[in-house]
Every structure is written in structure tokens, then in C-alpha cells.
Design a protein around this ligand. Structure first.
Ligand code: ZN
Length: 300
């Protein structure tokens, strides 16, 4: 554990919605982001600048960004997978560009139409641009805990990618378990060793095999300072077979607050956002705590 404040990033408006039906309108997505900002979250992945032909759920990112009421102190992030996405992100004033470097060749080809090395090279270029443009920049290492096509990803591969990016000027790395196969021992090893490279380290867990919350605890105890999660645990990946949602933001907040780790997030407020989202989607969400409710001695 470190003394640095923990940053919880709700990726629901991006990772949660990108593979879900029905598609929400830009107005609904902006409302979703505004509701999240009101709960005290300090970071929200609000939009994605992927090609809307590939991911129609994410169309209209510019409109979403325009409709958001920017709350001071909240970092509004956007996902970009290439230079074109970065240009769009910059033009609509995101605070942080989240870029992705996949760690397997097949995933790189299917998800981004690129190679691992080419994706890393673009990441290094974009890190320099972000510095010059005065915006924050982070790289997500996707399939860092295992790939649906290429199988096991050796930790040495994750670390050499992180080291290469760090040498190229990247300061923040998110270790992503895109398909939810990781376990806490793996998390401890990867977080500890990535921190050893002098990077700010975050984690992004999907709960596909129910290991997401145990992994989140292992990550925090190992010194990770950024945790992605999505409202109600909604989510998946358009290019990942059988992927399920992220760990649920409110379940994570309940867990961390109960452990005495301050999140700065209002749990009841998150329950309301999950209920709102559940109504918009016309279905119950996978998260459990918004249905069960808090527990007075723990939750505020
Ligand atoms: Zn994800």
C-alpha cells in the first residue's frame, strides 16, 4: 500500500457501454457521466474515439463531451487507439487520453489492426504529443494476464513492454485483465515489478471468472494507485469472445471502504447511478451491492 490517494476510474460510459445493447444516445451518455461525477469519482472514462463503424455504441463522442457539465477536480478521459483518435480527443478537450498497447499479436491484429511493436511505437509518439499538448496520457497494456487467442502472456513480456514505454516517456501504465483470467498472485507480481520501473500503476479487471475483486485487493495492497471499474459491472469487449463486465464500481467502493481505504466516493450515490443505468439498459446489471444495499457499520 502507498500513501498516494487511490484513484477510482469509472469506465462504464466506455467499457461498459461499448459492447452493450441498447445503444445509448449521446444525451444519455452525457447524463451518465454527469451522474457519476456527482458521486465524487475523480476520474471517468467518458468517451471512446474508436471508429464508429467498428463500435457504433461509441459514436458521437464529440457530442457527449460537449454535453458533459465539467465538474472541477474530475478527470474526463477518452480512449484513443491511434493518432486519429488522439486528434479527436484533443479537439474536444479531454483531460486524459487512454491509449492501448495489446500484448499479443493476434489481439493486436483483431482489436486494433496493428502489431504489438507498432502499437507501442504509436504510444510513445502520443506520449510526447500529450506532454506538448499539456494533457495527461496513460497506456493500458491489454490482455496482460492472458489472451483469448494466444493464451498465456509471460510476465517478462508485460514488464519489457512497460519498460520500453517508460523509456519512451510514458508515465502511467494500466495493467488490464481484458478477459478476466488473472489471479491475485499474478497481480502482486506484475504490479510490484511494474512499480519497480518507476511508473504510476493502475489496474483494469474484468470479473469473467469471479477473480476481479480479489485481484483488486491484491493490486491495492501491492501499491497500485488507479483502479478501473464500471457501474453495475456492465461491460465486455467487442473483440473478445465471452468477455464479461468489469468489476462493479460500487462493489469495489464497498469493499475498499470496509477495509478502511478511502475512496472519496458516495456509495449510495453510486447505487442510484447503477439503478439509473439498469433502467436505461432495460435489464439488471451484474453488480451485487446496488441490489443488496450497504451495511451501516461499513458503508457511508
Ligand atoms: Zn476492459
Amino acid at each position: 500500500m502507498t500513501d498516494r490517494p487511490l484513484i477510482l476510474c469509472d469506465v462504464g460510459p466506455r467499457d461498459g457501454l461499448q459492447n452493450a445493447e441498447p445503444t445509448l444516445s449521446p444525451e444519455q451518455r452525457a447524463e451518465y457521466v454527469n451522474l457519476l461525477a456527482a458521486t465524487g469519482l475523480s476520474r471517468i472514462e467518458a468517451v471512446s474515439f474508436v471508429n464508429p463503424k467498428r463500435v457504433p455504441q461509441m459514436a458521437g463522442a464529440e457530442e457527449v463531451m460537449q454535453l458533459i457539465e465539467r465538474k472541477p477536480g474530475v478527470t474526463y478521459a477518452g480512449l484513443a487507439l491511434n493518432e486519429r483518435g488522439y486528434d479527436r480527443a484533443l479537439a474536444c478537450g479531454v483531460d486524459l487520453v487512454q491509449y492501448v498497447v495489446p500484448l499479443s499479436e493476434t489481439f493486436a491484429e483483431k482489436n486494433q489492426g496493428t502489431t504489438v511493436d507498432a502499437a507501442a511505437a504509436v504510444g510513445i509518439d502520443l506520449a510526447a504529443r500529450a506532454k506538448a499538448d499539456g494533457i495527461d496520457f496513460a497506456v493500458t497494456l491489454s490482455v496482460a494476464f492472458g489472451c483469448p487467442y494466444d493464451g498465456k502472456i509471460e510476465s517478462s513480456r508485460v514488464l519489457s513492454a512497460a519498460e520500453h514505454l517508460a523509456a519512451g516517456g510514458v508515465e502511467e501504465i494500466m495493467l488490464a485483465d481484458t478477459i478476466g483470467v488473472g489471479v491475485p498472485t499474478q497481480v502482486r507480481e506484475l504490479v510490484t515489478e511494474t512499480l519497480g520501473l518507476g511508473l504510476t500503476v493502475g489496474v483494469h479487471f474484468h470479473n469473467t471468472r469471479n477473480t476481479g475483486y480479489a485481484n483488486a485487493v491484491a493490486a491495492v495492497e501491492s501499491g497500485a494507485t488507479i483502479l478501473d471499474a464500471s457501474t453495475g459491472g456492465l461491460g465486455g469487449c467487442p473483440f473478445t469472445p465471452n468477455a464479461t463486465g468489469n468489476i462493479a464500481t460500487e462493489d469495489l467502493v464497498y469493499l475498499l471502504e470496509g477495509m478502511g481505504i478511502e475512496t472519496g466516493v458516495n456509495l449510495e450515490g453510486l447505487f442510484e447511478v447503477s439503478r439509473w443505468l439498469s433502467e436505461q439498459m432495460g435489464t439488471a446489471l451484474p453488480g451485487l451491492t446496488y441490489k443488496a444495499g450497504g451495511f451501516a457499520p461499513i458503508a457511508s
